[in-house]
Ligand binder design. Sequence first.
Ligand code: AMP
Ligand code: ZN
Length: 468
Amino acid sequence: MIRFYNTLSGQKEEFIPLEPGQVKMYTCGPTVYDYAHIGNFRAYVFEDLLKRFLLAMGFKVTHVMNITDVDDKTIRGAKAKNLSLEEYTKIYTEAFFEDIDTLKILRADYYPRATHHIPDMVKMIKGLMAKGYAYEKDGSIYFDVSKFPNYGQLAKIKISELKTGVRIDADEYSKDSVQDFALWKKRKEGEPYWETELGPGRPGWHIECSVMSTKYLGETFDIHCGGVDNIFPHHENEIAQSEAYTGKKFVNYWLHCHHLIVEGEKMSKSKGNFYTLRDLTSRGVDPLDLRYLLLATHYRKMLNFTFDGLRQAGAARRRLYDFIYELYHRTFPPGETPEIKTLVKEAKNKFLAALSDDLNISQALTALFELVKKGNIFLAQGQVKRGDRQILDQALQDLDKVLAVLPALEEEQLPQEILKKIEERQKARAARNYALADKIRDELRAQGILLEDTKEGVRWKRIKPTSS
Ligand code: AMP
Ligand code: ZN
């Protein structure tokens, strides 16, 4: 059974998608006014873990992530750089895609841009007006929160705190002041605008996610994610707009990750603790160490980013690397050890069972490292056979389809004639024919294969061929 903590109900619930075997998921994407920071990537990596886990459980996942390419910040940024909104947002949209590839975040099926969906937004806003949920005031259009009785259900706000008739134009506002929010903002001098049936203007931030999620996933879909800062007002407003418009439940499961802080403090440019992915990679940080660090803390816990934590993440990945390196650079006798098959099966089951419990990553990682620890013991005891090597390698690759933290280590097959020579040398050594053993070793070294005799057996590595 898969269970997720649903912000809407405030408890862990069994996850049952609307259509068996299919998951439809929407995750709030970047506002492309700057490079994404590592806090943003905590949210995107958490969502990637969730998606990869669902894929590993055999679901087909349809994933949509919006790109907010028009809002107060993008407009301000474009003006400051003297670029059109399109030119300006293109820079950061491209950077965003480069960054998610660097962090091995799987691409969504759709990345709808707000500016490409203005007519759809106009349609929903008109529908909300027709149903009496929205009203016009001085050329802008607002959602009337008093008309939507369930307003506050996600953020657990009492409707008595509602300030009727008080309007807000800004996309973000405080939880203390529940107000009517802008769906459509009247054209302002010097700002981009669209000439529409609602008059000249531009959409608010919240309407974009209601429109684009339902357009690509249907009026009701399974999962909606974001960081906790999205709960109010953004997701609360999304629910109000969508459910008022369709009359149907908008989303079944709301999953939110807690914030990332840096060295115990909120990230801010003035404190000098504000990092983009590029800031870190330019300091020589391996992006997959960052990925590991971001996903190794349970998503509902606050994550304190430290450089020490990053080093520990690197050390953990190194343990995985070393184990795989051994599997790839040793010669193993034919056969299988049944205990290894059992070990691998148990590790995989534990790993998936842990993630099935609201993505319990600590237990999942424990299962992985137990496998590596015991695998190393089997290696040291010389019990790993050719068949086991294959099973162990496959298990690590399978678990890494969910985590995506393994370093790229291409498995290199030695040519058959070299493997034969290594075996011949082993036999010669066993027969104490050291002259022959040394001769074979020298021959192999000349061909660029260095043999190392360890107490667990022979290990090989490629070197530059020597001429002697
Ligand atoms: P934004 O571009 O600000 O709309 O944020 C994009 C995503 O990153 C949203 O899902 C936010 O909730 C999330 N986010 C922003 N800051 C942080 C942070 N410090 N920690 C975790 N998630 C964050
Ligand atoms: Zn959103």
